[in-house]
Design a protein around this ligand. Structure first.
Ligand code: NAD
Length: 311
């Protein structure tokens, strides 16, 4: 039975990855220090072929026995988290990636790293292709996340070129779904919890900035196709359906049947104005494209947040 190690397994995406890999017959080892994750996300995996190790992956990672793939997902990921945790974010991107790559090298395992559309920064090219090098402010507050991921990509390619690790880089665009934290500051959970409580829905800026939201099961399918592929080049995985933040807020208010009104606050520093993946590469190399419509994805996510927020 193939065995996969997932760092960040108790997080939003990591827990969905673990579940899908178990469903596909893999044995899964999940590692997490619970910095922004929660064992509640993986509690339902307890009676399956899943082992959990509480560990900070910026320290040496020891795993007994064979490993076929290492999926490095550990990192604070929401702006609230990485602005509160700037040094742990830089450390997990640098030292954590180094340790996860070391494990893959030692076990002769494939390696997949969760990179991000944030490597494109506030993009001057739209939509963003993998060939775009980005527009990142290294000394701005968001630089801790963006540069950690850019460093992590460089480290990954160095291990691929110098040590021959079969490494893959997935540049993830905004993803949503059940198990996001209510208060993690990302727009979908924030809008949902405010709308479900009939509170004001807060928009940063005038709401004309755009994002492209991918439902988590589509993302996981893309990641696993990349893991099984022969490519070692970065691949964007995201939903090219681009919406303004205001449109997302209005859709969530409508779908939750809320009476909430929109209120506007100043835009945070270096907030990207536009964001949409060019997924030509994922289509041609992986035969992947997103399948879950925004309405379906939001319906499933609202169901989860309704229980979390209203009990
Ligand atoms: P998350 O915060 O829910 O999950 C991250 C997990 O990593 C948490 O469980 C946390 O406890 C763990 N972690 C952090 N530092 C660690 C360390 N030093 N050692 C061990 N575990 C550690 O976030 P998420 O949304 O699931 O994001 C997962 C990955 O995907 C991140 O690498 C993130 O950068 C990337 N990503 C996510 C999105 C998105 O839209 N959610 C977009 C782009 C990239």
């Amino acid at each position: 039975m193939p065995r996969v190690v997932i760092t960040g397994a108790a997080g939003f995406i990591g827990s969905h990855l673990a579940e899908t890999l178990l469903d596909r017959g893999y044995s899964v080892v999940g590692i997490d220090n619970l910095l922004t994750g929660d064992t509640a996300n993986i509690a339902h995996l307890a009676n399956r072929d899943f082992m959990f190790i509480k560990h900070d992956v910026t320290n040496y990672i020891y795993i007994d026995g064979p490993v076929d793939a290492v999926l490095h997902w550990a990192s604070p990921a929401s702006p609230i988290d990485y602005l509160e945790l700037p040094i742990p974010t830089l450390k997990v991107g640098a030292l954590g990636t180094h340790k996860a790559l070391g494990l893959a090298k030692e076990k002769k395992a494939r390696f997949v790293i969760a990179s991000t559309s944030e490597v494109y920064g506030d993009p001057l090219e739209h939509p963003q292709k993998e060939t775009y090098w980005g527009n990142v402010n290294p000394v701005g507050p968001r630089g801790v996340y963006d540069e950690a991921k850019r460093f992590a990509e460089a480290m990954t390619m160095a291990y691929h070129r110098y040590h021959g690790v079969d490494a893959k880089i997935v540049r993830i665009f905004n993803t949503y779904g059940p198990r996001m934290r209510v208060n993690d500051g990302r727009s979908v959970p924030a809008f949902m919890s405010q709308a479900l409580r009939n509170e004001h829905v807060t928009i940063f800026g005038d709401g004309s900035q755009t994002r492209s939201f991918c439902y988590v099961t589509d993302l996981v399918d893309g990641i696993l196709r990349l893991m099984d592929s022969a490519t070692n080049e970065p691949v964007n995985i995201g939903n090219p359906h681009e919406l303004t933040i205001k449109q997302i807020a209005e859709t969530i208010i409508r779908m939750t049947g809320s009476t909430s009104q929109l209120v506007y606050r100043p835009l945070p520093e270096d907030d990207p104005k536009v964001r949409r993946p060019d997924i030509t590469k994922a289509r041609t190399l992986l035969g992947w494209e997103p399948k879950v419509s925004l309405e379906d994805g939001l319906t499933r996510t609202i169901e989860y947040f309704r229980k979390k927020v209203l009990g």
